[in-house]
Ligand binder design. Structure first.
Ligand code: 26Q
Length: 821
C-alpha cells in the first residue's frame, strides 16, 4: 500500500478529530476551551500512537514467530530531531491529520513546533543512525537501534555578544509522547571491582569478576515506523539508575545520605551527551557510558535469543551487530565475557561467534579522533575486559601477524591493540578491525583512504574485510516532510513512488529546460526563502531579502570543515565592495549554522569572528545590502529542516581527504541547492551523479593536498603573494570589527599563519574565490540556474539511505525482508 495514494488506516478526518478531542480530555485531562498548544500537540501524538502501537505489536510478534535474523545498530548517538510530522508522513496520515486539526482551528505545522528536538547526537554520525533506522523499517528489515537515553542531549546554543554560550538541553522536561518505558526488560550491569582466578576440580581455570558496583539499565523504546507503515521497529535507549539492591543495603545501615550519593552517581552515566564530535581525552565517564549501553544491549539480545534457542549454535546466524564508529567497541570483549564466563563456551567458540557477529563502520581518518583508552583506566573500570583484550591481542599477534610477517616487531607494534607508549593505551579501532568480518568507510574516497592510509597492513592481512558503503539520507524527512511544496510538485510530475525509489526523480530532468516547470520549481524555492527570511528576522533581528542568493554552510564547527575559508572570502568580498561600490555581484546572504565543542577554542573564536564581521557588514549602508552575514543560533535538526529547502548554494568546502562523507551535502542537493565544494567525501560522488556542469568544484585534490604537505606547506607564501588575503587577515588585527577592542579576532589569523594553517585554507583561497565568481555568473542566468537546481534534485537518487541500507544488507548483514501481516 502506498500511503501517498491511500491511507493505510481508514481513519477519516472526522474520526481523527474525535480521537484527538477524546485524548485531550481523557489522556491530557483538559478541554477544548482551556487546552494549550502543547496539550493539543500531545493529544495529537496520543492519537498517532494508537496506530503506531498496533503496527508495533504486529511487527514484534511476527519477528518473534518467524525467528528472523536481525541487525542491531549500536550507536552512542541517535539524532532523531522531531517525530510528529515524520510519523504522520510514514503512516500516510499527514493530510488527514492536517484537515482534522483545521476543523479545530489549529495548524498542524504550528503544533509540530511544540515538539522539542530529540538531540541525542552531535552531528553527522548521529543523524546517519537516525536515517538508517528509518530506512530499515521502510524496507521491512528486522532491526533494533541500541543507544543511550541521555537526560540532556546536545547543549542548546545561545549567542551572547557574538559568543557561543552553552545551555542545557532538556528535551524530556514536560514528557515525551514517543517513548515507552519497559520495566520488564531492565538489566543489571557490573562495573569496577577485581577478577578472581578459580581453579576448578578438572584443573580448568575459571575467571570470576567480582564487580564493585552494579548499575540498573532501564530501557525506553521509541517506535520507528517505516514509510508505508508495514514495519514498526524499535529504537531502545538505556537509562542508568541505581540498582535497588545497592540502595537498600546502604539505606538500612543508616546511610541515607550516602545512598543518595550512590543514586546520583548511577544516574550520572546517562545524564548528558558528550558534545565533542571529533575528540575527547579519555574520560572515565565516557568509557562507562559506552560500556553501560553495550552491556545492556547485549544482555537484551541474549534474552531475546534465548526465547527461541537453548544453545549458541545459531547465535551468529541470527544476530548481526553493527558498530557505529569505535564508540561501542567494548561490546566485543563484553560478548566474549558473556559467552565464556557466563555461558561456559570455549574461547575459540566464543571468538568465532564474535568474528561473525560484529562489523564496524569508520567515520574518520583524523588521527586525534581515533579512540584510545589508558590501560590503567580499563584495569580499574573493566578489569575482566582488559584480560580478554590481552588474550585477543596475543592470539592475533601470534597467529595472524607473526604468520604473515615473521619476527617483525615493528609491524607488531603498529598492529597491536595495545599502544605501548607511556601511559599504555588500548586502541579501539584495532580491536574493531581485528574482530569484525567487515569494515566499511562511508564514501568511496574515504573507504579507499581507510584501506590505503589508515589500515594498510590490516588490508594486506585481510583484503576482503574492507568495503565501502556510501552514506545516504532519508528522502521522507529531507524532502517529503521538510519541503512539502516541492514534494507535491515532484509527485505531480513523476508520480507517487519517489519517496521509496528516489531514482524516479530522474524523470524530472526531462523538464529541466521547460520554462513552465522551471518557474514552478523556482517559485517554490522563493517561497521557502521567504519563509526563512521571517525565521532569520525572528531569531537574529537581521533583515535579508529573498531575492539574494542564499548561500548556506550548516555543520559542526571544525577547522577541517573550513568555515574560516568562507569567512575569509566574505572579508575579501566586503573589501572589494568598499573599495569599489560598483563591484558587480548579485546580492548574497551568507548563512551559517554551527555548534562548537565547548572546549574547542579556535572553533569558538571562528563563531565569534563570523558574528562580529556580520554585525559590521550588515550595518554598513555603503555596500547597499549586497552582502549579509547571518549566524543562526542553535543549529539542530528542526532548524536544518527550515534552512535546507531555502538554500541556493551549499557550502561543502572541507580540505580534501578530511570529510569522511558529509550528509548535509546530500540533503541540500536533494532540495535543489548548487554545491560549491572540494573533491572530498561524498562530494565526489554527488559531482559524478549531477555532472560537473551542475555543481561548482574547486580546490586541491586529495593527492595534491598530500603532495603540498610533503613538499612543505607555508601559508606565508600565499599571504605575501595575494594582496587580498593579506589585507583581509591584517584587518583582523585592527578593531574594525570589534570597535575599541583591537586584536579580538587575532586567533583566526594566528591559526592561519603562525600555527601553520593545518587545513590549507590559504592554499585553496584563490580557487574558492574563482568558484564563487562562477556561482555569481551562473545565478544571473535565471534559466541556467533553474536547470541546474532541477538536475540536482533529479540526480541524487543514489543518496537515499534506502540504497545505503541495501548495500549494508548485501555486503555485510545478509538479512531477509520480513512481511508483517
Ligand atoms: C569520541 C570520543 C569521546 C567523545 C565523543 C566522541 C565523538 C562523538 C561523535 C567522536 C566523533 C563523533 C562524530 C563524528 C561524526 O559525526 N562524523 C561524521 O560522520 C558522518 C556520517 O558518516 C560523515 O558524513 C562525516 O563526514 C563525519 O565527519
Amino acid at each position: 500500500v502506498n500511503p501517498m495514494e491511500k491511507p493505510l488506516f481508514e481513519l477519516d478526518k472526522d474520526e481523527f478529530k474525535q480521537e484527538i478531542v477524546h485524548h485531550l480530555r481523557t489522556t491530557l485531562g483538559t478541554s477544548e476551551k482551556k487546552a494549550s498548544k502543547q496539550a493539543w500537540w500531545m493529544a495529537t501524538c496520543a492519537t498517532i500512537n494508537q496506530m503506531l502501537f498496533e503496527r508495533l505489536t504486529s511487527t514484534q510478534q511476527t519477528h518473534l514467530q518467524k525467528d528472523t535474523r536481525a541487525v542491531h545498530y549500536f550507536s552512542a548517538e541517535f539524532l532523531m530531531g522531531r517525530l510528529t510530522a515524520n510519523n504522520l508522513h510514514n503512516l500516510g496520515l499527514y493530510k488527514t491529520c492536517e484537515e482534522a486539526l483545521k476543523d479545530l482551528n489549529l495548524e498542524l505545522a504550528d503544533l509540530c513546533e511544540q515538539e522539542p528536538d530529540m538531540a541525542l547526537g552531535n552531528g553527522g554520525l548521529g543523524r546517519l543512525a537516525a536515517c538508517f533506522i528509518d530506512s530499515l523499517a521502510t524496507l521491512g528489515y528486522p532491526a533494533l537501534g541500541y543507544g543511550l537515553h541521555y537526560e540532556h542531549g546536545l547543549f542548546r546554543q545561545e549567542i551572547r555578544d557574538g559568543r557561543q554560550v552553552e545551555r542545557p538541553d532538556s528535551w524530556r522536561e514536560y514528557g515525551n509522547p514517543w517513548e515507552i518505558c519497559r520495566p520488564e526488560s531492565v538489566q543489571e550491569i557490573p562495573l569496577y571491582g577485581y577478577v578472581e582466578t578459580v581453579f576448578g576440580e578438572d584443573c580448568q581455570v575459571r575467571k570470576v569478576w567480582h564487580p564493585g558496583r552494579i548499575i540498573k539499565g532501564v530501557p525506553w523504546d521509541i517506535p520507528i515506523v517505516g514509510f508505508g507503515a508495514q514495519t514498526v521497529n524499535i529504537l531502545r535507549l538505556w537509562e542508568s539508575r541505581a540498582s535497588n539492591f545497592f540502595d537498600w543495603d546502604v539505606f538500612n545501615h543508616g546511610g541515607y545520605v550516602d545512598s543518595q550519593k550512590e543514586k546520583a552517581e548511577a544516574e550520572t552515566i546517562s545524564k548528558v551527551l558528550y558534545p565533542n564530535d571529533e575528540t575527547e581525552a579519555g574520560k572515565e565517564l565516557r568509557l562507562v557510558q559506552q560500556y553501560f549501553f553495550c552491556a545492556c544491549s547485549l544482555k537484551d539480545i541474549m534474552r531475546r535469543y534465548k526465547r527461541t534457542h537453548t544453545d549458541f549454535k545459531e547465535f551468529a546466524a541470527q544476530i548481526a551487530v553493527q558498530l557505529n564508529d569505535t564508540h561501542p567497541t567494548i561490546a566485543i570483549p563484553e560478548l566474549m565475557r558473556e559467552l565464556i564466563d557466563e555461558e561456559g563456551l570455549e574461547w575459540t567458540e566464543a571468538w568465532n561467534i564474535c568474528k561473525q557477529v560484529f562489523s564496524y563502520t569508520n567515520h574518520t581518518l583524523l588521527p586525534e579522533a581515533l579512540e584510545t583508552w589508558p590501560v590503567y583506566l580499563f584495569e580499574r573500570v573493566l578489569p575482566r575486559h582488559l584480560e580478554i583484550i590481552y588474550e585477543i591481542n596475543a592470539y592475533f599477534l601470534k597467529n595472524e601477524v607473526d604468520a604473515k610477517w615473521p619476527a617483525n616487531n615493528e609491524i607488531k607494534r603498529k598492529l597491536s591493540i595495545i599502544d605501548e607508549s607511556n601511559p599504555r593505551r588500548v586502541r579501539m579501532a584495532n580491536l574493531c578491525v581485528i574482530t569484525s568480518h567487515k569494515v566499511n568507510g562511508v564514501a568511496e574516497i574515504h573507504s579507499k583512504l581507510v584501506k590505503e592510509d589508515l589500515f594498510p597492513e590490516f588490508n594486506q592481512l585481510w583484503p576482503d574485510k574492507f568495503c565501502n558503503v556510501t552514506n545516504g539520507v532519508t528522502p521522507r524527512r529531507w524532502l517529503l516532510s521538510c519541503n512539502q511544496e516541492l514534494a507535491d510538485l515532484f509527485t505531480e510530475t513523476v508520480g507517487t513512488e519517489w519517496p521509496l525509489n528516489l531514482d524516479a526523480l530522474r524523470e524530472l530532468a526531462k523538464y529541466a529546460d521547460d520554462p513552465v516547470f522551471q518557474k514552478k520549481f523556482m517559485d517554490i524555492k522563493l517561497h521557502n526563502k521567504e519563509k526563512l527570511v521571517k525565521v532569520i528576522k525572528a531569531e537574529t533581528g537581521i533583515d535579508v531579502s529573498a531575492d539574494a542568493i542564499f548561500d548556506i554552510q550548516i555543520k559542526r564547527l571544525h577547522e577541517y570543515k573550513r568555515q574560516q575559508l568562507n569567512l575569509l572570502h566574505i572579508l575579501v568580498l566586503y573589501r572589494r565592495l568598499l573599495l569599489n561600490p560598483e563591484y558587480d555581484i548579485h546580492p548574497r546572504v551568507f548563512i551559517f549554522g554551527s555548534k562548537a565543542a565547548p572546549g574547542y577554542r579556535v572553533a569558538k573564536d571562528i563563531i565569534y569572528a563570523i558574528n562580529k564581521v556580520g554585525e559590521r557588514i550588515n550595518d554598513d549602508p555603503r555596500i547597499k545590502g549586497k552582502l549579509k552575514v547571518v549566524f543562526m543560533p542553535n543549529y539542530r535538526v528542526s532548524l536544518a529542516e527550515k534552512l535546507i529547502p531555502a538554500a541556493d548554494v551549499s557550502e561543502q568546502i572541507s580540505t580534501a581527504g578530511y570529510e569522511a562523507s558529509g550528509t548535509g551535502n546530500m540533503k541540500l542537493a536533494m532540495n535543489g541547492a548548487i554545491t560549491i565544494g572540494t573533491l572530498d567525501g561524498a562530494n565526489i560522488e554527488i559531482a559524478e551523479e549531477v555532472g560537473e556542469d551542475n555543481c561548482v568544484i574547486f580546490g586541491l585534490t586529495v593527492e595534491e593536498v598530500k603532495e603540498l604537505k610533503a613538499r612543505g606547506y607555508s601559508p606565508w607564501d600565499y599571504y605575501y603573494a595575494n594582496a587580498e588575503i593579506k589585507s583581509a587577515l591584517d584587518w583582523l588585527d585592527t578593531d574594525y570589527f570589534t570597535p575599541g577592542r583591537p586584536g579580538e579576532l587575532q586567533s583566526i589569523k594566528k591559526s592561519l599563519l603562525d600555527y601553520g594553517d593545518t587545513y590549507l585554507t590559504l592554499a585553496d583561497f584563490a580557487s574558492y574565490d574563482e568558484a564563487h565568481q562562477r556561482i555569481n555568473s551562473l545565478y544571473r542566468d535565471k534559466a541556467r540556474w533553474a536547470k541546474m537546481a532541477i538536475i540536482n534534485a533529479a540526480s541524487v537518487g543514489k543518496f537515499n539511505s534506502d540504497r545505503s541500507i541495501q548495500d549494508y544488507v548485501r555486503q555485510i548483514w545478509h538479512l531477509d525482508k520480513c512481511d508483517i501481516s
